[in-house]
Design a protein around this ligand. Structure first.
Ligand SMILES: Cc1cc2nc3c(=O)[nH]c(=O)nc-3n(C[C@H](O)[C@H](O)[C@H](O)COP(=O)(O)OP(=O)(O)OC[C@H]3O[C@@H](n4cnc5c(N)ncnc54)[C@H](O)[C@@H]3O)c2cc1C
Length: 568
C-alpha cells in the first residue's frame, strides 16, 4: 500500500487551505496540501465582490466587529469576531504586499466599496474578480516557497484512533490508486456545502466533503441551520450577481417598478444584510409583486463606464446566462443558496477539539479546520458579504500556525492498513453492484427537497418534509450503481463519495434547523417568527449518534455587545 507522510497535511487548496499552508511553511513545518481539483480552480476564485477590513482612519475594527455581531443576529462568538476584525486589517495589507493589486481610490490608497449591513465603505476589491486575484497571488507565493502539493487527489476518509486523527485515505484521481496519508496534524479546508441545494451559486466541487468526513470521524457540526440565500442570483442556474453591484448603487425593483426595500429596511435599503433582503424579495414574490418567481436588479443608472470597469464580469454573466444587457435593462434575479454559516466547530486556532479539558463539545484531537468548512463562529446566524474571504485568510493563517505548533509536540500515530483496505472494499462493492440508481438522480432530488423545505422561510412542516425526503434518499445509497468501473479519472465514483458526504450533512442541517424554535438571522421560521434570546441565545451542535445526528447546545460568547433589536 502506498503511503505518504507529512507533519501537517492540509486538505483543500482554496484560499483557506493556501493561507494555512503559507503560514505553516513560513514557520518551518513539513507541510503538504492535497486538493481534489487543481488548487486555482477552487471556489474561492469565484468570489467577486471583495473582502472587508477597516483600513481607513475614519473607520475602526470595533465598528466592523459591531456590524458583524449585529449581522450575525448575535449568534456569532464575539471573541472570534474581534480577532477577525482586528487582525484582518494586517492580513489585507499582507495580501497586498504579496502582490494583490487591489483597486485604488484617487489618492492611491486601497479603495473600498459599500456592502450589505456595514456602517462604512470597507470592502476592498479587485474589480469584480477579487477571489481570483487573491487565490492566484497566494498560489504564486506557495510555488515560490516550494510547497509540496498533491493536486487532483480526493480524500475519502479521515482515520481516527482513540479519538485522535492520525491521517486520511486519499485517491489519486488520475490512476485511481488509494494512498494512506499519515500526518501529525490534519487540517480540513474543504470549503462549503454548495450542492446540497439546487440551484446553488457554488462551483461544482463544493460538496461538503470535509463536513461529512469530520462528522463521521466524531467532530461537532455547529449552527448548521445557518444557510445563507444570496439576494441576487440568476433563476435558471443560480449564477451569482455580486453584492458589489448594490454596493456600487444598483436598485432592487418589483414588478410595479417600486424600490420595495423602502418598506423593509428604510435606512439601509438594498444594503441591509442578506437575510433581510432575501426575505424582502421572497415576500414580494409570494405576495404577487414579482415576475415569474423573480424581482429585478437595476444597474442602468450606474452608466456604461462604471458597469464595464468595476462590474465587467456581472455585465458578461448577465449577457451570457440571462440574455440581458444590464446597461439597458433590469435583470431578473431571485434569492438562491450561497453560503453555509454552520460548519465544523473549532476554536480560534482551528482546533476541532476542546483543549480546555472540560469537554464542552465533541471533537477529534489533531484535526483542524478553517475556511467555509469550519465554524469558528464569526458569521453566526447571518454572514456579512466580504467577511468570508477575510475569515479564510485570518483563520487560515492562525490554523496553519496552530497545526505546526501542535505537530511539533506529538509523534505520528499508528495506523492500521486495514483502514485503506476498508475503502478499497467499499469501492469494489460499488463496482460489483448490478444496475441500480444513479447518484446524480439522488443528488438532484436532495437539492430540490432542501430548496423547497429549508430555504429563505421555513417551518416545522416544510423542514420535516425535507428531512424525511433526505432520509429516504439516504436509504437508497446502497442501491447506487456506477456506469464506469474503471480506475482512471472515475468521476462517477467521486460523485458517489460526494453524495455520501452531502447526505450526512443535509440531515444535520435539517435536524439542527428543526431543533431551533425561533427565528434568528437566516433561520426564519414562519411558525416561530421572533428571535427568542431567553431560550435560544445558544449554538446548536450536531454530532454523530447511533441513528443519525444528535443535537446539543453550547453558550454563545459575548464580550461587549449585548443583544438588542436588530433593524436596518
Ligand atoms: C460565487 C461566489 C462568490 C463569492 N463572493 C464572495 C465575496 O465577494 N466576498 C467574500 O468574502 N466571500 C465570497 N464568497 C464566499 C467565499 O468565496 C468562500 O466562502 C470562500 O472562498 C471559501 O474558501 P475555502 O478555502 O474555505 O474553500 P474553497 O475555495 O471552496 O476550496 C475548497 C478546497 O477543498 C478541496 N477539497 C474539497 N473536498 C476535497 C476532498 N474530498 N479531497 C481533497 N480536496 C478537497 C477543493 O479541491 C478546494 O481546493 C463567494 C462565494 C461564491 C460561491
Amino acid at each position: 500500500m502506498a503511503t505518504i507522510q507529512h507533519d501537517v497535511i492540509i486538505i483543500g487548496g482554496g484560499l483557506a487551505g493556501m493561507r494555512a499552508a503559507h503560514e505553516a511553511l513560513t514557520q518551518g513545518g513539513d507541510v503538504a496540501m492535497i486538493s481534489k481539483i487543481y488548487p486555482t480552480r477552487s471556489h474561492s476564485a469565484a468570489a467577486q465582490g471583495g473582502m472587508q477590513a477597516a483600513l481607513t482612519e475614519e473607520d475602526s475594527w470595533e465598528s466592523h466587529a459591531y456590524d458583524t455581531v449585529k449581522g450575525s443576529d448575535y449568534l456569532g462568538d464575539q471573541d472570534a469576531i474581534e480577532i477577525l476584525c482586528r487582525e484582518g486589517v494586517d492580513d489585507i495589507i499582507a495580501m497586498e504586499r504579496m502582490g494583490v493589486i487591489f483597486n485604488r481610490d484617487e489618492s492611491g490608497k486601497i479603495d473600498a466599496r459599500a456592502f450589505g449591513g456595514t456602517s462604512a465603505k470597507r470592502t476592498c476589491f479587485v474589480a469584480d474578480q477579487t477571489g481570483q486575484a487573491l487565490l492566484h497571488v497566494m498560489w504564486e507565493q506557495l510555488l515560490r516557497l516550494g510547497l509540496k502539493t498533491y493536486d487532483e487527489w480526493f480524500v475519502t476518509d479521515l482515520l481516527v484512533e482513540n479519538n485522535r486523527c492520525v491521517g486520511s485515505v486519499a485517491m489519486q484521481i488520475s490512476t485511481g490508486q488509494l494512498h494512506l496519508v499519515r500526518a501529525k496534524a490534519t487540517v480540513l479546508c474543504t470549503g462549503g456545502a454548495g450542492h446540497i441545494y439546487a440551484p446553488s451559486t457554488n462551483g461544482l466541487a463544493v460538496t461538503a466533503d470535509g463536513l461529512g468526513m469530520a462528522y463521521r470521524a466524531g467532530a461537532s457540526l455547529m449552527d448548521m441551520e445557518g444557510v445563507q440565500h444570496h439576494p441576487t442570483t440568476l433563476k435558471s442556474n443560480g449564477v451569482l450577481i455580486t453584492e458589489g453591484a448594490r454596493g456600487e448603487g444598483a436598485y432592487l425593483l418589483n414588478s410595479k417598478g417600486e424600490r420595495f426595500m423602502e418598506n423593509y429596511a428604510p435606512n439601509m435599503l438594498e444594503l441591509a444584510s442578506r437575510d433581510v433582503v432575501s426575505r424582502a424579495e421572497t415576500t414580494e414574490i409570494l405576495e404577487g409583486r414579482g415576475v415569474d418567481g423573480t424581482v429585478f436588479i437595476d444597474l442602468r443608472h450606474l452608466g456604461r463606464e462604471l458597469i464595464t470597469t468595476k462590474l465587467a464580469q456581472i455585465y458578461e454573466l448577465a449577457r451570457d446566462y440571462a440574455n440581458c444587457n444590464v446597461i439597458e435593462e433590469p435583470l431578473p434575479i431571485q434569492p438562491g443558496y450561497h453560503y453555509l454559516m454552520g460548519g465544523i466547530k473549532t476554536d480560534v486556532d482551528g482546533r476541532t477539539w476542546d483543549v480546555s479539558g472540560n469537554n464542552k463539545w465533541k471533537g477529534v484531537e489533531a484535526l483542524f479546520a478553517a475556511g467555509e468548512t469550519a465554524n469558528v463562529s464569526v458569521h453566526g446566524g447571518n454572514r456579512l458579504g466580504g467577511n468570508s474571504l477575510l475569515d479564510t485568510v485570518v483563520f487560515g493563517r492562525r490554523t496553519g500556525a496552530g497545526a505546526v505548533e501542535y505537530a511539533k509536540s506529538v509523534d505520528y500515530g499508528e495506523i492500521s492498513e486495514a483502514s485503506v483496505k476498508d475503502t478499497e472494499a467499499r469501492i469494489k462493492s460499488l463496482f460489483d453492484r448490478p444496475d441500480g440508481v444513479r447518484s446524480a438522480t439522488l443528488r438532484r432530488e436532495m437539492g430540490a427537497a432542501m430548496n423547497d423545505g429549508i430555504a429563505v422561510f421555513r417551518n416545522e412542516e416544510s423542514m420535516n418534509i425535507a428531512l424525511q425526503k433526505v432520509r429516504a434518499l439516504k436509504e437508497k445509497l446502497p442501491e447506487v450503481s456506477l456506469h464506469n468501473s474503471g480506475r482512471i479519472f472515475n468521476t462517477d465514483l467521486l460523485a458517489y463519495f460526494e453524495l455520501e458526504n452531502m447526505m450526512d450533512v443535509a440531515e444535520a442541517i435539517a435536524l439542527s434547523a428543526l431543533s431551533r424554535k425561533e427565528s434568528r438571522g437566516a433561520h426564519a421560521r414562519t411558525d416561530f417568527p421572533d428571535r427568542d434570546d431567553e431560550n435560544w441565545l445558544k449554538h446548536t451542535l450536531a454530532t454523530k449518534g447511533n441513528s443519525g445526528p444528535e443535537i446539543s447546545y453550547l453558550p454563545v460568547t459575548i464580550t461587549k455587545w449585548e443583544p438588542t433589536v436588530r433593524s436596518y
